[in-house]
Design a binder for this molecule. Structure first.
Ligand SMILES: [Zn+2]
Length: 1024
């Protein structure tokens, strides 16, 4: 009939009732949570077993039941240890129930498990457990227990405590014959529909008579005919414990569906059953019963949840309720119900904790401690990642929290001091109802002193909370309402030694088992606790450190300089200091503990750990923190500045490389520099850059593109390394004064890519000193030569006037000053290689229309020094000769100019005296030779004559002519080599012999030339 009454609505449960404990899911290795302040154990919900839990708690809090169960020893039940032995007689159900009860009474855990017990019932699957209703279960459980106790002294345990008899009687109106039928019961089922309460229902059942009359007559056995008769029922035997099941679930035959009766149904705390009994002559006390358990069903008829209100007859639990505390308890009850949801919201949690404080403000550190104690959550573990540091969080909610000016204490703002009553409406006690028999005159208030108090608890799976007796009224009606009632005979008195004594009557072996289990639990909790709260600290000892290059560095290896210390985070700073003292045995003088942090530059110190009464957690020490142990002043004689304002920063300093530094293409040298972040740029500048030099920063580190460089200007010099954003790994570029042409002053950017920037060397050839100065001038291939000259003059600290009187000349590998470079040329146009040497020489550089020429008198270099001259390229040969003669101090007109040939001999004559140098392809850097003698007259040529040796003539006929043509062509190429001594044949394949020169008129015919040529050949031939 109630097939799926116990189907639980799980979404409902998980939100409100069968929720997990206070702590968010304990890890598997973690021991179960201890009991909370009620000191009563709940029972875990194994998935739809809340009805079982409610019933088991009711049985547990029936002291006479549990004591009867405990009285059955191993000699009767066997032991669970033997349960695997094939021939051992082990009564598993009562044994498991005993053990569960012992755990519920003594084991320090928030909730016990019923797995072993349900397995003893043979319920191993979820489905099997869900197949029962609580009323049904009550019978099943009793029946199972009864069966398993057959043959023991406990065989009548259930009967003794729960068995009652109802007698149904029919009285014949005629012969007065009474026919009766007895009914045994373990619980009474009473109607709810159309009935105001329990007493009315009992009245209907056991006082009202039913009559057989008119059409509905009774057949009397004695009269043997249909007669009028009356039918009644009475309670013949009352059990010590009366269990009443309310028929809350009915079937609506019109709608053809089940429904839950939610109308008001009252039941008294005390009830006098005399009116319902067959025998009524005994003392009143024989009929008085007291309510001690109410199983409540919450939900509809197709699902829901069970929990139970139980009176703690023996005062085993810690029932701290007092009427005055109502508000607080209600709030706490709410808090627990809503706990899971609430802990997700740190604002609500912190508000609640502060609202429960008696003092106006508490230290912020203490708030963190209380959070851990009361809610089982650590700020750092649960909220910090999302909400930041606790203090910061409090500061960020000034509308709720009030911090003292120094930020050390916190309280709630006035408006938030009072109860959080967003749900208060639900918690209002229901208004007194007049129709309730609660305070009925025939049930005067029970004298409290007589009974063992009225400590009621709401046992809701793993949660146990104290409630007021009055709260039971809430379960008279509605979706959440009483479903089963348990009364105990008021006469049943508890022995004084049982009061507050959970060990009372528990057999020795179970006491021992529970003691051992508690010891084990304690051990596990301690282990878990220290595992959860232990933090590793790295202690850096000042004696193993020295301060250099802006930070602390271990003088030995890192490993030898650090001592690891594991300590409970809840210990105080004073205890930490003590532990460090003990570790370091021989420490002398002050001991200062400073927070430290390894930075790229080395170890840096921060705040001093102060306030020995603070917990480590409160000071913000986290697992893995570094602590420097020192005297607070100096390390190895060097004063150490601590704090974020003195953090050392590692900068990469780039400079243009010296010519012998770095590999190919490495124009820059890079060094690392450690500076304090509070160093001003001015200080940095004077340390790094020479006078007039500049600093550029590149925030992007490795990326050295021109656009990312930024010049620090004069007005930046008061800024600090930190304020201008120089961090570890940032690069700065140092440029000397003369390098600054790459900087666009307006934009502050480099104008060239740094990898294009290179340098040329300039040596001073203007001075008289032997040791000429050498400077390096940065340049790109697009730098103008005039700029390089000006930079060089400045770098060489020469007079500016020299600029107009000097020029730059490349210096060849063997030290020769080559032709000056025109000043309007770029490095690229001048075909200069980066890194090459230039000489700064006196004399004007040629313009691009001028030629720089070397000249000498006669081709013998040993007697004539090489001289230099600059002439316009449009000058004629004559003008050029005259200038050269003037410069060499010669006079007369018996001179002409020749080119220097490839053998450094005077070669081809510049015979066209009126032609310009440009027309004759005289180039910059050419050497001309002033040669004595007049040029041949106009119209005459001097022609070198070569003979092809007859002996070498291996070819004949038309081929010989080809060869001659070839030679002629060659001779044109060899023309320049007119020399006094005939050169060696240039072409091994051709045997040529030099015949000398002949002078011949330009108009002469080839025949004339041939004729003239023969004569010298004969002359010459003889020499060979
Ligand atoms: Zn009769």
């Amino acid at each position: 009939m109630f097939g799926d009454l116990f189907e639980e609505d799980f979404s409902f449960i998980s939100n409100n009732h069968c929720g997990k404990g206070k702590k968010s899911k304990p890890r598997e290795s973690e021991p179960p949570a201890p009991r909370d302040f009620t000191n009563l154990s709940g029972i875990k919900n194994q998935g739809g077993t809340c009805y079982l839990n409610s019933l088991l708690q009711t049985l547990l809090f029936t002291p006479e039941f549990r004591e009867a169960l405990f009285s059955l020893g191993p000699e009767e039940l066997g032991t669970l240890d033997d349960s695997r032995k094939p021939d051992a007689k082990v009564r598993i159900i009562p044994l498991q129930l005993q053990r569960l009860f012992a755990q519920l009474l003594l084991l320090d855990q928030q909730a016990a498990s019923t797995t072993d017990l349900t397995e003893s019932f043979g319920w191993s699957s979820h489905e099997e457990m869900r197949q029962h209703d609580v009323q049904e279960l009550n019978r099943i459980l009793f029946s199972a227990l009864e069966t398993s106790l057959v043959g023991t002294s406990g065989h009548d345990l259930i009967n003794r405590l729960y068995h009652g008899i109802v007698v149904n009687q029919i009285v014949c109106k005629e012969c007065k014959n009474v026919s009766e039928r007895q009914e045994d019961f373990l619980d009474l089922t009473v109607a709810v529909k159309g009935v105001a309460g329990l007493e009315e229902a009992l009245w209907n059942m056991y006082v009202e008579e039913e009559y057989f009359e008119n059409d509905n007559l009774y057949r009397c056995g004695a009269c043997d005919k249909l007669v009028e008769a009356s039918k009644s029922a009475k309670l013949r035997k009352l059990p010590p414990f009366l269990t009443i099941s309310l028929l809350r679930f009915n079937f609506d035959f019109e709608k053809c569906e089940r429904y839950k009766e939610t109308s008001c149904y009252t039941f008294p705390i005390q009830i006098n059953l005399r009116p319902f009994c067959e025998q009524t002559e005994m003392d009143d006390s024989e009929y008085m019963y007291e309510l001690f358990s109410v199983i409540i069903h919450k939900g509809g008829c197709y699902g829901g949840h069970y929990h139970v209100y139980i009176r703690d007859v023996d005062e085993l639990g810690n029932w701290q309720l007092q009427e005055e505390e109502d508000g607080l308890i209600e709030e706490r009850a709410l808090g627990d119900t809503e706990n899971a949801k609430e802990t997700e919201n740190p604002l609500a949690v912190l508000k609640r904790i502060l609202s429960e404080e008696e003092v106006k403000q508490i230290p912020v550190d203490q708030l963190g401690q209380k959070l851990l104690e009361k809610k089982g959550v650590s700020w750092n573990k649960k909220y910090r990642k999302q909400y930041g540091a606790l203090r910061k969080y409090l500061q960020n909610h000034p509308q709720i929290f009030q911090l003292t000016p120094d930020g050390s204490k916190v309280g709630l703002k006035e408006a938030h001091k009072f109860r959080l009553d967003s749900h208060g409406q639900n918690l209002q006690s229901p208004s007194q109802k007049n129709d309730v028999q609660w305070n009925c005159e025939k049930n005067p208030p029970r004298p409290r002193a007589a009974s063992a108090g009225c400590h009621w608890f709401d046992l809701n799976d793993s949660k146990v909370q104290p409630i007021k007796e009055k709260d039971i009224e809430k379960q008279f009606q509605g979706k959440e309402s009483a479903y089963m009632l348990f009364y105990r005979k008021a006469q049943l008195k508890r022995p004084p030694e049982a009061r507050g004594n959970p060990r009372y009557q528990i057999p020795e072996h179970l006491l021992n088992e529970m003691n051992a289990a508690n010891t084990e639990l304690q051990k596990k909790r301690a282990e878990c606790d220290s595992a959860n709260n232990g933090i590793d600290l790295h202690l850096h000892l000042s004696s193993c450190y020295r301060f250099h290059n802006g930070a602390l560095h271990p003088s030995l290896s890192w490993k030898e300089s650090v001592v690891d210390l594991t300590i409970d985070r809840r210990k105080t700073l004073g205890e930490l200091r003590q532990a460090v003292f003990q570790m370091l045995e021989s420490w002398e003088g002050d001991m200062v503990l400073s927070m430290a942090k390894p930075l790229p530059a080395g170890l840096h110190l921060y705040q001093v750990l102060d306030g020995d009464e603070l917990t480590l957690d409160g000071t913000g020490l986290a697992d893995g923190a570094d602590i420097f142990v020192w005297n607070g002043k100096e390390v190895g004689g060097t004063k150490v500045l601590a704090g974020p304002e003195h953090e050392p920063v590692v900068l990469n300093v780039l400079r243009l490389a010296e010519h012998n530094e770095g590999g190919k293409g490495q124009h820059f040298s890079e060094t690392q520099l450690v500076v304090s972040c509070s160093t001003s740029l001015g200080q940095l500048h004077s340390a790094l850059a020479p006078a007039g030099g500049i600093i550029l920063k590149n925030g992007s580190g490795a990326d050295r593109e021109a656009k990312n460089w930024e010049v620090f200007h004069e007005e930046d010099m008061k800024e600090t390394v930190q304020s201008v954003g120089l961090r570890d790994g940032c690069s700065v570029l140092i440029l000397d004064s003369h390098d600054q042409s790459f900087v666009n002053v307006a934009s502050g950017n480099l104008t060239a890519f740094t990898y294009d920037i290179s340098w040329l060397q300039v040596k001073n050839f203007c001075g008289e000193e032997e040791e000429e100065k050498h400077v390096k001038i940065t340049a790109t291939i697009d730098t103008m030569m005039s700029d390089i000259k000006m930079k060089a003059i400045r770098e060489l600290q020469l007079e500016e006037e020299l600029a107009t009187e000097s020029c730059l000349r490349p210096v060849s590998g063997n030290g020769k000053l080559l032709s000056p470079v025109p000043e309007d040329y770029t490095v690229k146009e001048a075909e200069l290689k980066m890194g090459s040497l230039l000489g700064l020489c006196r004399g004007k550089a040629p313009t691009s229309t001028q030629l720089f020429l070397y000249f000498m008198v006669g081709s013998d270099q040993s007697c004539s020094p090489e001289m230099e001259i600059v002439v316009e390229e449009t000058a004629s040969v004559r003008e050029c000769l005259n200038l050269m003669l003037e410069k060499s101090g010669l006079s007369g007109d018996n001179w002409h100019l020749r080119r220097l040939d490839w053998c450094y001999e005077a070669g081809e004559a510049l015979s066209q005296e009126n032609a310009t140098l440009k027309e004759l392809n005289v180039c910059r850097g050419d050497t001309l030779v002033i040669t004595e003698g007049k040029l041949p007259g106009k119209g005459f040529l001097k022609i070198p004559i070569w003979w092809l040796k007859p002996s070498s003539c291996k070819k004949h006929g038309e081929k010989a002519e080809d060869q001659v043509n070839g030679i002629t062509w060659k001779m044109e190429a060899l023309q320049v080599s007119a020399a006094a001594a005939p050169p060696e044949p240039a072409h091994p394949g051709l045997d040529l012999c030099y015949a000398g020169r002949i002078e011949v008129a330009g108009e002469a015919s080839l025949e004339d030339l041939k004729m003239q040529s023969v004569v010298p050949w004969h002359l010459c031939h003889g020499h060979w």
